[in-house]
Write a protein that binds this ligand. Structure first.
Ligand SMILES: Nc1ncnc2c1ncn2[C@@H]1O[C@H](COP(=O)(O)OP(=O)(O)OP(=O)(O)O)[C@@H](O)[C@H]1O
Length: 325
């Protein structure tokens, strides 16, 4: 796949009363044409600042970038023609209908046949029933869909969405995810920021996780979870007192086990053995066989897949969900 966006060493520092804030501290990114690229990180990580630089709204202090085939520093005007940008607050006018707002946007961007393009987007983003109502009457989800339609009016190759589903109810989020997938399937590359790990996981073909101005992990959600965290097998043990130690000694050195830990139980509960393994479903039969042959009693077994939060936790020592993470 062709690269549609590439950055190298992008940096931005803001002056503030309490001293300089290094919002973005050397970011390298590579986004392929035709993918949904998710940019995940906690509040204040530097996602919006990066996005605003890539959308030509902020000038980087250092670094270089090619965005939609044009040099960001030397030709920001050309970049602007090829991208769409939807900010957290959106760009729609409350006093206009969707149809009016889209036509105006079409004229501003000198779109050929703006009527036809507006009709296409109204249908594509599920706005048909409300297109002739003022935007002030729209629900949160309807307004976001109009904001995205406005960002798409000039047929950009690359669409930037800054936290597109923040504040939406679960049904509206799911609907918006479908619309974003449809845009991707029709050929638009989508770069979105989010602080929801489920959103990054479900929606993105690839993601970068940002923390404190730098990228701490990058890849497909599946590969990141597999490479960094692995699957977790939790074994509830039963039997005599030495069971836990025997089980740990037996399994700790199997080649598929990356990390093993044992938590002591009480009474006839002989505690829990926690194993981090490369591919849980494939190695579980061997684990059970080993325990059976050694006559180690088992009260329960569970296998859980890691989440992107586990990836973030491993990389930063903090949870994405912690306040102020
Ligand atoms: N204009 C500014 N002046 C001073 N500091 C700023 C400015 N804009 C952003 N910052 C600071 O830069 C850091 C990164 O902010 P940014 O908005 O890029 O983070 P974010 O990851 O998008 O967060 P959120 O998820 O909350 O939107 C924060 O510490 C923020 O306070």
């Amino acid at each position: 796949m062709d690269t549609l966006l590439r950055t190298k060493g992008l940096r931005k520092t803001f002056a503030s009363r309490t001293g300089p804030v290094e919002a973005v501290r050397g970011v390298d990114l590579d986004v392929k044409a035709g993918e949904i690229f998710g940019f995940l990180g906690p509040n204040g990580a530097g996602k919006t600042t990066t996005l605003r630089m890539l959308a030509t709204l902020l000038v980087p202090d250092q670094g270089e970038a090619v965005v939609a085939g044009c040099d960001l520093i030397k030709a920001p005007g050309e970049v602007r023609k090829r991208i769409g940008y939807v900010s957290q607050t959106g760009g729609s006018d409350r006093d206009m209908t969707a149809a009016e707002d889209l036509l105006l946007q079409g004229r501003l961007y000198k779109v050929t046949d703006p009527q036809k393009r507006a009709k296409e987007l109204i249908a594509a983003l599920g706005l048909t029933d409300i297109a002739r109502r003022k935007a002030s009457t729209y629900s949160g989800g309807q307004k976001r869909r109009l904001d995205i339609a406005l960002g798409m009016m000039h047929r950009p190759a690359l669409l930037f969405l800054d936290e597109p589903t923040t504040g939406l109810d679960p049904a509206s989020r799911a609907q918006l995810w479908d619309e974003i997938r449809r845009l991707r399937d029709e050929g638009t590359t989508v770069f979105l920021t989010t602080h929801y790990m489920d959103e990054a996981d479900e929606l993105s073909d690839r993601i970068a996780i940002m923390d404190k101005g730098t990228i701490v992990a990058e890849g497909t959600p599946r590969a990141l979870k597999q490479q960094i965290a692995g699957d977790m097998v939790l074994l509830g043990l039963s039997g005599e007192e030495t069971t836990g130690e025997r089980a740990l000694a037996l399994l700790r050195d199997r080649d598929y086990v990356r990390e093993a830990g044992y938590e002591q139980g009480a009474g006839c509960d002989q505690g829990r053995l926690r194993l981090y393994v490369r591919s849980g479903e494939t190695v579980l039969p061997d684990i059970l066989r080993q325990l059976d042959q050694a006559r180690i009693g088992l009260a329960s077994v569970s296998l859980s897949q890691p989440t992107l939060d586990d990836v973030f936790l491993k990389q930063t020592g903090r949870s994405l969900q912690e306040k102020g993470a």
